[in-house]
Ligand binder design. Structure first.
Ligand SMILES: Nc1nc2c(c(=O)[nH]1)N[C@H]1C(S)=C(S)[C@@H](COP(=O)(O)OP(=O)(O)OC[C@H]3O[C@@H](n4cnc5c(=O)[nH]c(N)nc54)[C@H](O)[C@@H]3O)O[C@H]1N2
Ligand SMILES: Nc1nc2c(c(=O)[nH]1)N[C@H]1C(S)=C(S)[C@@H](COP(=O)(O)OP(=O)(O)OC[C@H]3O[C@@H](n4cnc5c(=O)[nH]c(N)nc54)[C@H](O)[C@@H]3O)O[C@H]1N2
Ligand SMILES: [Mo]
Length: 764
């Protein structure tokens, strides 16, 4: 293990550190030249969509949209290392299971379809046709299609996702556990209730016009680095950037833009956050309600003094429903309650509210710090409430902006990956393909795990992702997967989900986003994706495939579909051979995709219209709906505080990882090097534990369901984080996230609020 443990924090995010890191990544990927050429094509009109994040692309891309973590994502895929049949022959699955996520994926790209051989406990190569036939045979013979679970991770293209949902619905189920169930589910639900559209309402251009940008529960320096460029430009032109984050995140404090030559040469950086507030975990709803309370107080004072109103009465009158009830609820919420739950002082909250009131146009962005709590849907409704007060939606420079995770997670949902599909969509599918679609709602992620655990699920197919590691209660999920009759993983690299084989198990290797996808006529195929701003654009790989035996995701889905269903209703091979045909079906069944094949080729693609951005409200009331619920009776943080020796743990990402893919063991912006088993904790909490920074502990999950949960051997790291709130990395800490704790309505695991305690690790 690396000797350096807690080192120097980067003084600013980005800058030379980021460039240095990129050079290292490009070199590791094999050839720096081809790596650099690959990067030149990332997020450019004639290149591929970066498999990193879902941030939007600028209208006039500079020579390339530089992004350190984009480079990592791309070079990780473009590696020269290969996990070949020889590699799998050398290591039993039990042996491989001992590797960390990092060590396992380090073996490189998968090259051949592989089938698990139980007697030797190894994966052996298999012919594609044999794999398809066996999978189709098992699926056909299940008692009911509802016994199969079809998982999607948000990297799948629109074309792959659409074909997948078509296959699964023709097969007869809506069992679509999806990574978004663990991610922005609450955003979709909350926004649909509030504004009648489950997506963000802002465009990238709005960041150029906003007077204030509120950033809640998000770490863009690591997870959406290109967003920092937009925040930096906003900060430079004087926009206020107001951050709510329990943890002091370097990228939100200062950023040195590698694209800005002068800043790089002078060693300078730009301050990002004008205001940085550190709420307690799960305290955002209270904080936002406090800001509304301050706005109401200002409104009352303005009216009493005969000054202009603070509220946008035109917007409230013409567009909103439920304002009076909301005002009454806010009036009934005391400052004591707000301060106690948010952990912020009334003074701070009033200061933040003043920024809001002084700004003509406000954008509010958020990510996992908001969506992975028990009361996430309510929090998103509260954010919407707050934004309605001054009409901050549906005008330039203003709006609601959930910043999505995977590069096409939003697109996958748009094209039908949904366990609760809308009837109108199923009607359209039935009409287009002449079949009766299943209407019964299917399983989401937790539903699928439940069905595996109670034995009712028999088969799991994963279109990308790492189901076993991304989900809560890792030990239980591993057991659940091994109980199945069939497990199939469509993947680019080996991961732990592949090492929990059911009775019959396949790893099916696919092309990555950066690779050329040729059809039978030797023509290069284009796929499409949708970013956080609802822009749909094309993506075509430029690299030679990692192995000649790879198929595209579309090709693999078509192969499984044909073997399961035959070609009577749908000619799967014809669709796989020409993605334009898939897009024509999308156009025929999903609104907004008119002239899909043509518009896809325009440089930035096209915008899927968001009704709410035009102040049209597709809600049952026909209005933008206020929500007048009370604050949660207590958050996990408040409960932990009462119990004294307990803490509220959030599980977040380091700078060197992409979800369960771990690129390296450093977290430069937080000053942690060479180790991932760490817990960030306030110095006073350290003292109260009688511990010092660097001490080792076992982290114990304190959830009342009789299951013992321990994450052994973690180092405590003194950090700027509120007392009672601690943080550490996912996926290592998923052993502590209880399956039984999920968000109200969203059913998202509450991975940002886990009750834990610490036990001094004597074994270390
Ligand atoms: N390089 C890289 N890019 C990625 C990913 C990656 O792993 N690596 N993952 C992709 C995916 S799928 C997603 S969903 C996004 C994730 O993007 P983020 O949501 O930025 O991801 P997290 O690391 O989970 O960070 C959550 C942030 O919220 C803060 N936070 C936690 N709890 C609370 C809370 O209660 N209140 C507030 N106000 N803040 C809180 C944490 O301190 C942290 O800064 O990024 C995407 N992009
Ligand atoms: N405790 C805790 N748990 C969490 C979270 C958290 O913050 N805390 N975050 C949650 C969130 S936001 C999300 S989105 C999920 C992520 O859950 P997933 O999407 O399931 O996980 P990933 O780690 O993104 O998946 C990585 C794997 O995808 C495969 N892969 C990579 N590129 C491709 C490709 O182009 N095609 C195919 N077919 N496969 C590919 C590789 O084999 C790689 O091993 O995790 C969730 N789990
Ligand atoms: Mo995500």
């Amino acid at each position: 293990m690396n000797e350096i443990f807690i080192g120097k924090k980067s003084s600013a995010a980005g800058g030379w550190g980021a460039l240095k890191s990129c050079g290292k990544q490009l070199l590791q990927s094999g050839s720096a030249l081809s790596g650099a050429r690959t990067m030149l094509k990332a997020n450019q009109p004639n290149g591929f969509d970066c498999p990193g994040c879902a941030w939007g692309d600028p209208e006039h891309g500079s020579s390339f949209e530089f992004c350190e973590n984009g480079v990592k994502a791309v070079s990780w895929e473009a590696t020269q290392k290969r996990a070949t049949p020889a590699f799998f022959a050398k290591h039993t699955v039990s042996e491989l299971r001992k590797l960390s996520d990092y060590e396992l994926e380090l073996n490189g790209r998968l090259t051949h379809p592989m089938r698990y051989d139980a007697p030797s406990d190894t994966y052996l190569p298999v012919a594609w046709e044999d794999a398809f036939a066996e999978i189709g045979g098992i699926l056909k013979n299940l008692n009911s299609p509802d016994q199969a679970e079809f998982y999607t991770s948000g990297r799948a293209s629109n074309e792959a996702a659409y074909l997948y949902q078509l296959f699964v619905r023709l097969y007869g189920t809506n069992n679509f556990p999806d990574c978004s169930n663990m991610c922005h589910e609450a955003s979709g639900i909350g926004l649909r209730q509030a504004i009648g559209a489950g997506k963000g309402t802002v465009l990238l251009e709005d960041f150029e016009k906003a007077d204030a940008i509120f950033v809640l529960g998000q770490n863009p320096g690591t997870n959406h680095p290109r967003m920092l460029g937009d925040l930096r430009r906003a900060a430079i032109r004087g926009a206020e950037i107001v951050v709510f984050n329990p943890v002091r995140e370097r990228g939100l404090e200062r950023f040195s833009d590698p694209q800005a030559k002068l800043e790089m040469l002078s060693g300078g950086s730009t301050d990002i956050a004008s205001h940085y507030y550190q709420p307690l975990l799960g305290g955002d709803m209270a904080a936002v309600r406090g800001m509304s309370k301050a706005v109401f107080a200002a409104e009352d004072a303005a009216l009493a003094a005969g000054h202009p109103a603070v509220l946008d009465h035109d917007f409230l009158g013409e567009h909103c429903e439920g304002f009076a009830e909301y005002r009454a609820t806010v009036d009934a919420t005391s400052w004591d309650e707000i301060e106690d739950q948010s952990g912020l002082s009334r003074h701070d909250i009033e200061q933040a509210a003043n920024v809001y009131m002084s700004a003509e146009n406000v954008i509010c962005t958020w990510a996992m710090g908001v969506t992975q709590h028990l009361h996430s849907v309510a929090t998103i409704r509260e954010i919407s409430n707050f934004m309605f007060l001054r009409g901050n939606i549906g005008k330039p420079g203003a709006g609601l902006c959930p910043v999505r995770g995977h590069s096409n997670v939003q697109g996958d949902r748009t094209v039908g990956i949904n366990e609760k599909p809308a009837d109108a969509f199923l009607d359209a599918l039935e009409k287009e393909f002449g079949f009766t679609a299943p209407r019964k709602h299917g399983h989401n992620v937790l539903g699928a795990i439940g069905a595996m655990l109670d034995g009712s699920a028999k088969a799991f197919i994963g279109l990308g992702g790492n189901f076993a590691r991304a989900t809560p209660d890792s030990a239980l999920v591993a057991k659940a997967l091994k109980n199945l009759k069939l497990t199939v993983n469509i993947a680019t690299k080996p991961n732990h989900s592949h090492l929990m084989p059911g009775e019959v198990s396949f790893i099916l290797p696919c092309l990555g986003r950066t690779e050329i996808d040729l059809n039978s006529a030797g023509q290069s195929q284009v796929v499409s994706v949708e970013d956080s701003m609802s822009m749909v654009h094309g993506s075509a790989g430029i690299n030679r495939p990692a192995s000649p035996y790879l198929l595209s995701e579309v090709g693999i889905i078509a192969g499984i579909a044909e073997a399961t269903l035959g070609t009577k209703t749908v000619s799967w091979p014809a669709l796989a051979d020409d993605y334009e045909r898939i897009r024509s079906h999308i156009e025929a069944t999903i609104p907004g995709f008119d002239d899909y094949n043509t518009r896809l080729r325009t440089p930035r693609g096209f915008l899927l219209r968001n009704s709410a951005a035009h102040r049209e409200w597709n809600t049952p009331t026909g209005k933008a709906n206020f929500f007048a619920g009370t604050l949660p009776a207590s958050t996990v943080h408040q409960q932990a505080r009462t119990a004294q020796t307990r803490f509220a743990l959030q599980t977040f990402r380091s700078h060197d990882q992409y979800n369960t893919t771990v690129y390296g063991l450093d977290d430069r912006y937080r000053g942690v090097y060479g180790e991932r088993n760490v817990i960030f904790i306030h110095p006073d909490d350290l003292a109260s534990l009688g511990a010092q920074s660097g001490d080792r502990v076992n982290v114990i999950g304190e959830y009342d369901d009789g299951i013992e949960r321990i994450a052994p051997n973690f180092r405590l790291v003194s950090y700027d984080i509120p007392r009672g709130s601690v943080a550490g990395y996912y996926p290592e800490l998923n052993v502590l996230v209880p399956l039984g704790s999920a968000g109200d309505q969203s059913d998202t695991p509450t991975s940002k609020s886990v009750m834990v305690s610490f036990q001094k690790d004597t074994a270390a």
